[in-house]
Design a binder for this molecule. Structure first.
Ligand SMILES: [Ca+2]
Ligand SMILES: [Ca+2]
Ligand SMILES: [Ca+2]
Ligand SMILES: [Ca+2]
Length: 356
């Protein structure tokens, strides 16, 4: 869902339609991405609770290999992100942003340094993680109704199929009797990818049972080293064309870019490629040898990587640093509020000084 939302802000309806198509293609090519299934039945709360999300807050790349366009907003706003989006009142948003500014400005000198921004990013990343832990408690309760602290793959499978509209009792009965389940191809693909992930999240000794902590790495692979490796492996598998388990630039930009129907769409594609190319060359390929290894991708995607946080901090400052002092002042951050918060604040310049 987020992957699409990202585009909403900067492009019109045509682009959105185009992206929906691209997205459908991407999700089709990649069974681990469940958004296409979710969309069919958006009211199914239970399903949302027990399925791994296809978008991870504060992680630079989506599970389907697309870049997370909201990343800088997620690490700037932390768990207050949704609140910021819902609140469309510029006055309130402005006040909130000023409040955030004073918190990021740790030493209170009315200016945000790269170090201060880095510290803030790490704090907000931790906040996303704590949110995930909190949500996981509820999700785990949903898959472990008897509360014995363990969930078997079969139990989870029953819950998953029930959320897909299958009769829970019937499915459970069939699984118990080792009878074959008839599910459509798409559901089967999702099941298989979930099963891989399930076994991956099952810490040794492998007993096919997940406890709450293991279930957290099942839903949120980004904070477990082993799962992070697994996630990277999956992404490389999808993008790697010659099977050397490394990515060249051309492999990296070979993700579906959309159907080119007119010049406008062509421009979208060009932007997309340019951005992806830049990220590959300047950020992901850390040793700049033109090849992205699994290790490099893993470092890139690790939300707790402090070096990445500092880089991100510098990038964020550079975007709005009009007076070129490598720091962010309040005027700068208000002027570029859309970049930092996703919300445009019209009368940014006017009463800035009156607030103090
Ligand atoms: Ca400061
Ligand atoms: Ca390759
Ligand atoms: Ca490299
Ligand atoms: Ca500045």
């Amino acid at each position: 869902m987020h992957g699409r939302r990202v585009w909403r802000r900067s492009h019109g309806m045509l682009y959105l339609a185009l992206l929906a198509l691209v997205y459908t293609m991407a999700t089709h090519a990649r069974p681990a991405n469940m958004s296409s299934l979710k969309d069919k039945n958006p009211s199914s709360k239970e399903e949302n609770e027990i399925l791994p999300p296809d978008h991870l807050n504060g992680v630079k790349m989506e599970m389907d290999g697309h870049l997370n366009k909201d990343f800088h907003q997620e690490v700037f706003l932390g768990k207050d992100m949704e609140e910021f989006e819902e609140d469309s009142e510029p006055r309130k948003n402005r006040k909130k942003l000023i409040d955030i500014f004073s918190k990021v400005d740790f030493n209170g000198d009315q200016s945000i340094s790269a170090k201060e921004m880095q510290r803030w990013i790490m704090e907000k990343t931790e906040e996303h993680f704590q949110e995930a832990v909190k949500e996981n408690k509820l999700s785990f309760r949903a898959v472990d109704p008897d509360g014995d602290g363990h969930v078997t793959w079969d139990e989870y499978r029953v819950k998953f199929l029930a959320s897909k509209g299958f009769n829970e009792k019937e499915v459970a009965e069939k699984l118990k009797n080792n009878e074959e389940l008839k599910v459509d191809e798409e559901t089967q693909e999702v099941l298989e990818s979930l099963k891989d992930r399930w076994f991956q999240a099952d810490n040794p000794p492998a007993d096919q049972l997940l406890n709450e902590e293991e279930f957290l790495s099942f839903l949120h692979p980004e904070h477990s080293r082993g799962m992070l490796k697994y996630m990277v492996k999956e992404i490389v598998r999808d993008l790697d064309q010659d099977g050397d388990k490394k990515l060249t630039l051309s492999e990296f930009i070979s993700l579906p870019m959309g159907t080119v129907e007119n010049q406008q769409a062509q421009d979208v594609d060009d932007d997309w490629v340019r951005e992806r190319k830049k990220e590959f060359q300047e950020v992901i390929d850390a040793n700049q040898d033109g090849i992205v290894t699994m290790e490099e991708l893993e470092e890139y995607m690790d939300p707790m990587n402090e070096y990445n946080a500092l880089n991100e901090a510098k990038q964020m400052i550079a975007v709005a640093d009009e007076n070129q002092n490598h720091n962010l002042e309040l005027e700068e951050i208000l002027k570029y509020s859309e970049y930092f918060t996703g919300s445009k604040l019209m009368d940014y310049a006017r009463n800035v000084h009156e607030e103090f």
